[in-house]
Design a protein around this ligand. Structure first.
Ligand code: F6R
Ligand code: MG
Ligand code: MG
Length: 380
């Protein structure tokens, strides 16, 4: 059967501050999705959280961008927002940027990752949910999973993976996309995705079968709202096993807590720490940025799970390393590269400071123009 897996997320109020989600919000969202299940819109659902974000994980047969499913998600967020307002939770409804739903949650605030596929004989999937970072955070692990033979042994030794994978890369500034094939075009892929604030991997496909293997959310709240309204805190779905990398190959890149932008005030570089749900609340300096991985087997659209994949001693060292990196980065205080570059910060006081101090800013003498001379080189 053809199944659609939709993960739609929003920050609709934090408990306490921007650190976590109050259980009553999860319950309010569950009630709405349960109605949707009973009325036949959904086959199954699971409501989860990471940091201050609520994640709606839903299965159905309506395809991606279904108005009915998106409307249900919107209603779940609205009901949960009403609860958040009663409890005066922090930033209640912060990611619901418009008053009325109009067909699709894309562009209205929430983040979306959805894929439709023919359910395999056995269908393992992993839903990743991150907090205090942006969608480019998936670039490095996705490259490792689907193109790096030092991560994914199957690329070398499994006949089902050996043809490699196709990457769909989005230019989020120019709103363009390109499809590139690994391994042949690996260096071109890296030239783009090494700049994760500009280029995001949106999806990955098997080259052997054309099937979708992974999809991410790439929504930029600041582009939607035209101003800073919070970090995008992305989600990602990855299918595993058989013609795709195994579950262990999918999780392996997260043993390296790579640096991602986000963290405090969306304006700092910090390590992405893999955590179980019991550690999915942010704390230190509003972070460090976190990622949770929930595993499911899908059976006729039913979500058999979740299994909390990072709640495992195999990731203890990654957490320890993330803490050490966090200490090291924090010691830079307000200096780059811990603090983001001027044009990437979500908060800044510099325009006000420049205005206030404008009459104290004195021009410097223009630097003297020098005639550049090509150096002489000995060439054989
Ligand atoms: C970052 C984040 C937090 C807030 C910070 C200040 O994505 O959510 O680090 O930016 O706690 O929040 P406000 O400005 O709401 O007091
Ligand atoms: Mg928040
Ligand atoms: Mg968040």
């Amino acid at each position: 059967m053809r199944v659609t897996l939709s993960v739609i997320k929003a920050d609709i109020g934090g408990w306490v501050g921007h650190s976590g989600v109050h259980p009553d919000l999860l319950e309010a969202a569950r009630q709405v999705l349960e109605q949707g299940r009973q009325q036949g819109t959904l086959i199954d659902y699971h409501v989860a959280f990471c940091g201050d974000d609520v994640n709606l994980i839903m299965t159905h047969t309506q395809g991606v961008e279904s108005t009915e499913v998106h409307a249900l998600a919107w209603e779940a967020f609205q009901k949960a927002t009403a609860v958040a307002k009663q409890l005066k939770l922090y930033g209640a409804g912060q990611d619901l940027l418009v008053d009325a739903f109009s067909g699709n949650v894309r562009g209205m605030g929430p983040g979306v990752a959805e894929m439709e596929f023919e359910e395999r004989k056995s269908e393992p999937v992993i839903v990743f949910m991150a907090d205090k970072t942006s969608p480019g955070a998936w670039n490095l692990p996705l490259f490792r999973i689907f193109a790096d033979p030092f991560n994914t042994a199957g690329l070398v030794i499994a006949p089902t993976l050996h043809q490699g994978f196709r990457f769909e890369i989005h230019d989020v500034q120019e709103h363009k996309k390109i499809l590139l094939d690994a391994p042949e075009e690996m260096y071109d892929i890296l030239a783009f995705i090494g700049a994760p604030e500009r280029y995001n991997i949106k999806a990955v496909y098997s080259r052997a079968t054309g099937e979708i293997a992974a999809v991410t959310s790439t929504e930029r709240l600041s582009q939607v709202a035209g101003r800073y309204v919070g970090k995008d805190d992305p989600v990602m779905i990855v299918r595993a096993q058989s013609q795709f990398p195994s579950v262990g190959e999918v999780l392996e890149p997260f043993t390296f807590p790579h640096l991602v932008p986000g963290w405090m005030r969306g304006s700092h570089m910090g390590p992405l720490m893999p955590v179980g749900l019991n550690q999915a609340r942010t704390a230190r300096f509003d972070g460090p940025p976190r990622v949770v991985a929930l595993g499911f087997q899908i059976a006729e659209g039913r979500l058999v799970g979740p299994v909390d994949m990072f709640d495992n001693p195999a990731f203890d060292e990654a957490r320890r390393m993330a803490n050490q990196i966090a200490d090291y980065m924090r010691r830079h205080g307000p200096f780059e590269p811990h603090r983001l570059a001027l044009d990437e910060m979500e908060y800044t006081t510099l325009p006000d400071i420049l205005e206030r101090l404008a009459d104290r800013m004195e021009p410097l003498a223009a630097p003297e123009k020098v005639q550049a001379v090509a150096p002489e080189m000995d060439v054989d």
